[in-house]
Design a protein around this ligand. Structure first.
Ligand SMILES: [Zn+2]
Length: 101
């Protein structure tokens, strides 16, 4: 009787994405997080989420992302909402600020 052996090769990867803001960071109150968090432009959010700005706009329209419009009509996206639907569970939550600061 022959013994058959299976070999499995598991490849795990880890990727770190760094987005450098070219402007002063904007921290604003996010109603859905109930916290003061870093707000990104759609382009910055797209770079961080590794998708297109168009995908960010779609997620905003679908209500998946927390956002607000500035006084001059520019969209800002809550960094906490990029990683998942639950505030605090986002891998990007380290960029947020709590309401104490
Ligand atoms: Zn939020």
């Amino acid at each position: 009787m022959r013994i058959r052996r299976k070999k499995a090769v598991i490849v795990q990867t880890h990727q770190v994405t760094t987005v450098h803001l070219t402007r002063q960071p904007i921290y604003a109150w996010c109603e859905r997080c109930s916290a003061k968090v870093l707000m990104l432009t759609p382009e910055e959010a797209a770079a961080l989420a590794q998708c297109t700005a168009r995908a960010i706009y779609r997620r905003v329209e679908a209500g998946e992302l927390h956002c607000f419009e500035t006084d001059y009509g520019a969209l800002r996206v809550c960094v906490n909402s990029l990683g998942g639907p639950t505030p605090g569970s986002s891998p990007f939550s380290e960029y947020g600020q709590d309401s104490q600061s």
